[in-house]
Design a binder for this molecule. Structure first.
Ligand code: NI
Length: 191
């Protein structure tokens, strides 16, 4: 396995819309090796997720995993999930103003309005169907990763540039209020 370099904002390839993966491509040793590398890179960087786009591979593959994450200690646990060709449907109009960070936007967080109840269809890394309702803060994490596959960073969706903050300033000035809101969301949705 290998730790892959993660591209940062300004890299033109972060704007590329990734291509769908065929079953044959997914089954190949080369793509399976890539998925192992994607997971290892996500874990190495303490990401809650990582999309293929961020390591400059333009296929619709991303990974999500939250254990005891030092970047996001308030996030509920999410078991390792690899999503291939994900398709999202919003189940209602309820939104949460999420303070997001991204391995491709080092040092900065900002507020994005995310849907709190989504339906996700995808394949797992073996081509098995994933067909699930995802709620709460976890739904926000999923939407962030899917956006990468469409060439979008959270910066493209920030509702108010006035919410942009360094991680230091977030911790000093915004952490407590945000974590209280995030915990209420998690309590409501169980995730
Ligand atoms: Ni990201």
């Amino acid at each position: 396995m290998a730790i892959l370099p993660i591209a940062t904002v300004g890299h033109p390839e972060l704007k590329i819309v990734a291509k769908e993966v065929t079953r044959e491509e997914l089954a190949s040793a080369e793509v399976q090796q890539f998925i192992d590398d994607l997971i290892e890179t996500m874990r190495h960087a303490n990401g809650a997720g990582l999309a293929a786009t961020q390591v400059l591979r333009h296929q619709r593959i991303c990974a999500v995993e939250v254990e005891n994450n030092p970047r996001y200690p308030y996030k509920p646990r999410v078991p390792l999930t690899v999503l291939v060709n994900p398709v999202v449907t919003f189940l209602d109009d309820d939104k949460f103003d999420n303070m997001e960070g991204c391995l491709s936007v080092p040092g900065i967080r900002g507020q994005v309005a995310r849907n709190t109840r989504i339906h996700v269809k995808a394949w797992d890394r073996f081509g098995n169907d994933i067909d699930a309702e995802v709620r709460g803060l976890t739904a926000c994490t999923y939407q962030h990763e899917f956006d990468h596959l469409d060439g979008l960073l959270f910066l493209d969706k920030v509702t108010d540039p006035g919410t942009l903050t360094t991680w230091d300033s977030f911790n000093q000035f915004h952490h407590d209020a945000f974590v209280a809101r995030a915990k209420a969301l998690v309590a409501k949705h169980g995730s």
